[in-house]
Design a protein around this ligand. Structure first.
Ligand code: FES
Length: 483
């Protein structure tokens, strides 16, 4: 069996391209990247053919690092010094976080509410802290085409798609993040967010796992029609449902059904990379046959008996279940009691809405710090069912970014994102459906209608955050793209 391709060390061309990218607008990055890859290919074809014309290539295939991954610092400084500088940079960033009004990574809940429009009024200037963008949002701006290398049936209604950028460039992501898949079905373009289910060690390949949703246009299209060799358009990665740099010593993962996908990526990452990790996975499903990644998770438990505990909850009675029933408030309380979940536990929760509500309430009741409960919720975008009021759009809008700003006029019912992009501003965005938070802006003055449901937290709304992709001006307004 051939070895998996590995990401090569950055060449001088890569470093030069990364340095140029640091000082140019994000909109130019795809062009810079394309030139970089072409130059690499040219240089490679010249040198490889001269020195190894008949190489049998027992070495694993190497692929170039993605532009985002290339550290100019690492390339220019001796390794110890580069690490030191990087550590100092991280420390300074962490120390100044409060001053920048940044909190723990943003969680992206979507509440099950009827579609509605909520007017948001800019709070008093002094009370409006900057709302941090979802980390890595800048990478989400431009769609990329990826090839489907493998289609793997996980369960009767869930399929894993192994993907790769045809250029060989590796996707730069954190375990727990998602990509937005863009597909055209019956002439209409649809976007849906799907968590990455593969581990970093598999790069440049990565995978998404898609479970059918009853009546779901995209999930059924992917499960039924997409085959190996085809291509998909994706945006991202996006999202902050990630472990970050803190230890996973007391890590509790709660997953329900297809909510396992981001949790599985996190689980594999910590077991592979953090020797101190002590992980408990509580995984709720309808039946044994519905358990996605069942064999792989069982294998992880066998390989890591001291570090990974699995508690399987099934609605149907089965020997695979430690607990029979739904993971509702009562069962969740019992589970947490048995597991003795400590107050300093770090918890990640992803699954159906009622399960997540039950887990959150139980953890809070046990005294777990709210900041240590990380949740990921996805919901299909709702069609706008409201009549767009005449007042939506048609206003003067000032968009501030960094030290610059631009004034424009929104058209009726035009989103702030559309207006900003049309004006040539490098607006951050990913899903364009209110589900990821990548397009979050601060409303400095004026009023904006935002379509519900969306991923804004109550505290973010109160602080004046809006989503550019589902927000329209209802008066003259000023908004700011957070640094
Ligand atoms: S782009 Fe995802 S919420 Fe706006």
């Amino acid at each position: 069996m051939s070895e998996a391709p590995r990401v090569s060390r950055p060449t001088a061309i890569d470093v030069l391209a990364a340095a140029v990218a640091r000082v140019t607008p994000r909109a130019l990055h795809p062009r810079i990247d394309a030139v970089r890859l072409d130059l690499r290919q040219m240089v490679r074809s010249l040198t490889v053919e001269k020195t190894h014309p008949f190489s049998s290539s027992s070495e694993p295939l190497e692929v170039p690092p993605s532009l985002d991954e290339i550290s100019v610092l690492d390339a220019l400084l001796p390794k110890p010094l580069a690490e030191r500088v990087d550590a100092v940079r991280r420390d300074v960033r962490a120390m100044t976080r409060p001053a920048r009004n940044e909190q723990s990574p943003v969680v992206v809940p979507i509440r099950a509410q009827p579609a509605a429009v909520v007017p948001i009024v800019a709070p008093a200037a002094a009370a409006a802290p900057a709302v941090p963008l979802v980390e890595e949002a800048s990478r989400a701006v431009h769609p990329r085409t990826v090839r489907v290398l493998e289609v793997r049936r996980e369960t009767e209604d869930a399929t894993t798609f192994v993907l790769e950028d045809p250029s060989g460039a590796a996707l730069s992501f954190h375990p727990g993040q998602f990509v937005t898949v863009i597909v055209t079905v019956d002439g209409e373009a649809h976007r849906r967010a799907y968590s990455i289910s593969s581990a970093l060690g598999e790069l440049p390949r990565f995978a998404i796992t898609v479970k059918r949703v009853r009546g779901g246009v995209v999930s059924n299209h992917l499960n039924d029609r997409v085959r190996e060799g085809e291509t998909l358009e994706i945006l991202g990665p996006s999202g902050s449902f990630c472990l970050g740099e803190t230890s996973a010593e007391r890590l509790y993962l709660f997953a329900g059904g297809s909510g396992i996908t981001p949790v599985y990526a996190i689980l594999r990452d910590v077991l592979a990379n953090d020797d101190r990790a002590r992980v408990t996975l509580v995984y709720a499903n309808r039946s044994k046959d519905a358990v996605i990644f069942r064999e792989a998770i069982d294998e992880l438990v066998r390989d890591n008996p001291e570090r990974l505990t699995l508690l399987s909850v099934l609605e149907q009675s089965d020997e695979y279940a430690q607990l029979t029933g739904r993971l509702d408030a009562e069962n969740c309380a019992a589970v947490c009691e048995v597991l003795e979940v400590p107050t300093d536990a770090r918890c990640f929760v992803c699954g159906p809405e009622p399960m997540m509500d039950a887990v959150r309430a139980t953890l809070l009741a046990r005294g777990v710090d709210r900041a240590n409960i990380h949740e990921e919720r996805f919901s299909s975008p709702q069609r706008r069912t409201h009549e767009a009021p005449a007042s939506r759009g048609g206003h003067s809008l000032e968009i501030r970014y960094g030290k610059s700003s631009k004034k424009l006029t929104t058209r009726p019912d035009q989103s702030i994102l559309e207006a900003g992009l049309e004006a040539g501003i490098d607006m951050p965005f990913s899903c364009t459906m209110g589900g990821c938070g990548a397009c979050k802006l601060s409303l400095v003055s004026g009023t904006v209608d935002v379509v519900e449901p969306n991923c804004l937290l109550e505290s973010e709304r109160e602080a004046g955050a809006i989503l550019a992709c589902v927000g329209c001006t209802t008066s003259d307004a000023i908004v700011e793209i957070p640094e």
